[in-house]
Design a protein around this ligand. Sequence first.
Ligand SMILES: *Cc1c(COP(=O)(O)O)cnc(C)c1O
Length: 371
Amino acid sequence: MSRPTIDHRGPEFQAMAHRLLEEMKLVFRTEHPVLIYPSSATGAWEAAITNLLSPGDGVLVFNQGFFSERWAEVAERFGLQVQLKPWDSRRGLTADAVMEALHSDQGHNVKAVLVVHNETSTGVTSDIAAIGDALRASKNSALLMVDAVSSLGATDFRHDEWGVNVTVTGSQKGLMLPPGLSFVALSPKALTASESAELPNSYWRWQDHLEFNEKGFFPYTPATNLFFGLDEALSMLREEGFPEVLERHARLAGAARAAVSAWGLESYPLDPAESSDALTTVMMPDGVDADEVRRIVLERFDMSLGTGLGMLKGRIFRIGHLGDFNTLSLMGTLAGVEMGLVSAGVPVNTEGVSAAMAFLLSENKVDELES
Ligand SMILES: *Cc1c(COP(=O)(O)O)cnc(C)c1O
């Protein structure tokens, strides 16, 4: 990425852009266009909303946690009629809940359902396949928009097969890059809807991107050097093999959960089957400030744990294990957490690290070839 920037209207860039736009389709598991913006993922949220909806349209969102609330807020700021439904954020969103809310929408005002695949603030993953199937079976015309910011590249995700109309992600999570790029995967239904949507937009306009992308270019200066990084990130995913990448995330997440229960602590998701492969959320016993534990771990071991966001501030900390991460990076991380918990005086059994190790050694879970 520190190579000199090349001409983004020249042939070298053009060849790279064609390649990256094609390869991103494989990551999203789609045959339809993927767009790349020079923005954080929040920009891609706005792109999805402004390209597909019109003033007064209804939007259905469940309060899965901090990120679903933020996305709902973006929709609200554009004057849409947002129904933000309460939800038990310790559980994955269900297709039944979505369909029930749509059935009670008598005027058929809901034009889009916004769902976060992996809610990074809670560590809970929702079953997008089930929600997509239910929506298609019901013949309800609402568009399914999915935030896969912290799941793409860490958890199985299938844009076409699951019937998703728009999927958004960012560069700095499973794609292993610095922040600065966002991505939007479209479906044919989304492309059609974008032709009649009436919310104003300019920078985010899909039509401009599609026209330029077809020729290997962008409507304005792209983040060229992040593209160099994306090229390498995609090579890394290809070299390891996409199924192997997902399997690695699942294995490391299993080991992290084994550590949490051996410490005698609770993870925020109630059902381990819905617990994220990208991160593990650890609840603190009453009276313990999770941010104080984080402060101690940062000060003593120079390791940053994720803070509790929104209503979970101070109650949980988050252990990230996604992207360019392997068995030893996880074991180092867990050792830092265990020492930090002890240093902070949190009552725990000091058996988390060994439980994670036992988990990884069982059933040959440590891949001999892991590099
Ligand atoms: C990180 C994250 C975002 C926000 O991404 P930004 O790049 O900070 O705009 C949105 N949704 C989820 C689920 C995330 O994890």
